[in-house]
Design a protein around this ligand. Sequence first.
Ligand SMILES: [Zn+2]
Ligand SMILES: [Zn+2]
Length: 276
Amino acid sequence: MLGYSPAGYGTVPLRITVLGKSPSWQDAGGACSGYLVETEETKVLLDCGNGVFGKLREHVDYTEIDAAVVSHLHADHFLDLVPYSYALIYAPKQQPVPVHIWGGTDAPARPRLIAPPGAQETFRQVVGAWGNDDLIESAFRIEEYEAGDRVEVGEIWFSFHPVPHFIETFAVRIGSEDVGEIVFSADTRPGVEIIDAAREADLLIIEATLPRPERTGLRGHLTPEEAGEHAREARAKRVVITHISDELGDDWALDQAERGFGGPVEIAREGAVYEV
Ligand SMILES: [Zn+2]
Ligand SMILES: [Zn+2]
């Protein structure tokens, strides 16, 4: 499914493909948070939740990914860095053998891994549970970003905007030369932070996790209606709701989101492609 592309003649669009859009448990046959962000020259994986690595492989060769970017350190946004790391270290084509045997290159791929503060220590704790402490840092070149940072990967830039959630979390604004800008909300509770981060976005991919606001304790997510309201406040031009379970009901969620936004909204589906 190819979305409408406003990119003009002569410009190379910025493209985002939904690999996984489930919340913290997968849809039937689905994957948690994961998106492939591409231009002609650059390929970046945005989030790598459980189930995403297999979905990524349906679209590209994982050794061709320039960088993986992680929005926050919840399992549904990074857990498949574990199988991805095993592939980068143990896959036959990643072994330093002559090109003619596997058809690969002599130098194994070691993509950048652009992750929140404290990521390396968290990864060590996760894979350290079975004694593999340095698995992820051996497979990837880890860089920890900070709030407000703008990081370039080939033709694409990423900026990181703190949003309120249960742990330190960053909405990600994405752009490239002469194209529109995409904002990914990550996970967030209601607040001005995501509105500021998403201001005038050409495409806003915003979480819409909840059937109703949390009744007790600290809030951490949005309902579809709240997602639409925040998108309207940000004056986003096009809105896709995501991080939503197949158990919630697409028609209900879209109806709620459109009521909040005051215009048409789309719902993320695996394999959907959007261009700006
Ligand atoms: Zn989260
Ligand atoms: Zn999540």
